[in-house]
Ligand binder design. Structure first.
Ligand SMILES: NC(=O)C1=CN([C@@H]2O[C@H](COP(=O)(O)OP(=O)(O)OC[C@H]3O[C@@H](n4cnc5c(N)ncnc54)[C@H](OP(=O)(O)O)[C@@H]3O)[C@@H](O)[C@H]2O)C=CC1
Ligand SMILES: O=C(CO)COP(=O)(O)O
Length: 335
């Protein structure tokens, strides 16, 4: 039987471990401590997912690092911790450098502006064997068996096909791509646009306003992606428009909720505390602005989200600035 490792007993990590098991694999779920291992074993998953036990007997829960014994039989590993904890988690996990490793995180490194696969490369993992998983994938829906599709990007399509088989089970359907940069970037950038959409919902705006933010948000995500070498098709796919739609419309999205709380007048710190889980877009907004400045690309919505998070203006002020921008021709990036 194939065996895979999952790094991180997060909502997404536990969900991915359950999917791998449902698809017929053995799984090693690597957690931070013996205490955490005990809690995840006792709950059969995570209590905050609210499902009851979801992990079966083929998911083996162990504290990091991976033992040589376990490492020997692995076909690959998925890393499912938030981007701010990604580097430390990979270092602690002790995954063999030759192992195919896929990032399931949707964020950028705050210090270096790197994508998570670039963090993996910097840690010595083989660029030909690293990849990214993304798409409209709210863990709370997937863990309940609701249908969903994802995209896994690897430089080598053969490797991508192996990952597709490993993860696709029941109502979870995985597509393959070779645009690692685009899939990763789209997954990170859409969180910032979802914060803006949440702010619009929070101000009592309607679906028209949210659809406008999504469409212009997709245009700026694509503009940056193309400037950095991504493929336009990726932004029209599951990792782009697909995930943008799920995140901007679903009340389950933490990024959307963060935007709603900002619109209600909470400080960013209070909003994160109230949500109590990962809000990747709050870190990604300033990092994507840095990437955009270096690439000579304008990101008006992202800039306003970053300004609100930075305490430079309120949500209503930011919305007024967006509405007051010079009238322009509708430019949709293509190449
Ligand atoms: N949840 C979802 O629906 C989906 C999430 N993702 C992505 O997956 C990544 C993880 O998100 P998600 O699963 O929601 O995370 P959770 O919100 O479930 O977990 C976040 C918590 O993980 C903690 N953490 C840090 N390092 C580790 C670690 N090594 N193991 C376990 N927990 C750790 C952090 O705690 P501390 O305060 O200690 O740092 C943080 O509070 C993010 O990049 C997210 O964008 C992708 C698709 C779907
Ligand atoms: O990435 C996600 C859905 O695809 C999860 O979104 P949130 O992090 O906003 O909850």
């Amino acid at each position: 039987m194939p065996a895979y490792a999952v790094v991180g007993a997060t909502s997404w990590g536990v969900t991915l471990a359950a999917l791998l098991e449902r698809a017929g694999n053995d799984v090693i779920l690597l957690v931070r401590s013996e205490l955490e291992a005990h809690a995840v074993r006792a709950a059969g998953g995570l209590e905050r997912l609210g499902t009851g036990p979801v992990l079966g007997p083929r998911v083996h829960i162990h504290p990091m690092p991976l033992t040589a014994n376990h490492a020997a039989g692995l076909s690959g590993a998925l890393v499912a911790v938030p981007s701010h904890a990604f580097r430390a988690a990979v270092q602690a996990a002790g995954l063999p450098r030759s192992l195919p490793v896929v990032s399931a995180a949707k964020g950028l490194d705050l210090e270096t502006s790197s994508r998570m696969t670039e963090v993996l490369h910097a840690l010595g993992y083989d660029p030909d064997r690293t990849g990214a998983l993304s798409g409209p994938n709210l863990a709370h829906e997937i863990i309940r068996g609701l249908p969903a599709a994802a995209v896994i990007a690897t430089p080598d399509l053969e490797l991508g096909r192996a990952w597709q088989t490993a993860l696709s089970a029941g109502a979870f359907r995985v597509y393959a791509s070779t645009d690692v940069l685009g899939v990763e970037l789209a997954g990170a950038l859409k969180n910032v646009i979802a914060i803006a959409a949440g702010a619009a919902w929070g101000l009592g705006f309607g679906a028209n306003a949210v659809a406008a933010i999504m469409t212009r948000g997709l245009a700026e995500m694509t503009r940056l992606g193309l400037a950095l070498g991504a493929e336009v098709a990726t932004f029209n796919g599951l990792a782009g428009v697909g995930d943008l739609a799920a995140t901007c419309f679903s009340p389950l999205s933490r990024n959307r909720r963060f935007g709603e709380l900002l619109a209600a007048g909470r400080t960013p710190a209070d909003a994160v505390d109230e949500i109590g889980e990962t809000v990747e877009g709050a870190h990604t907004a300033p990092v994507s602005l840095r990437l955009a400045a270096a690439a000579g690309v304008e990101l008006p919505i992202t800039a306003e989200v970053a300004a609100v998070i930075g305490g430079e203006r309120t949500v209503p002020e930011a919305m007024l600035r967006l509405l007051g921008r010079p009238l322009a021709r509708e430019e949709l990036p293509r190449r």
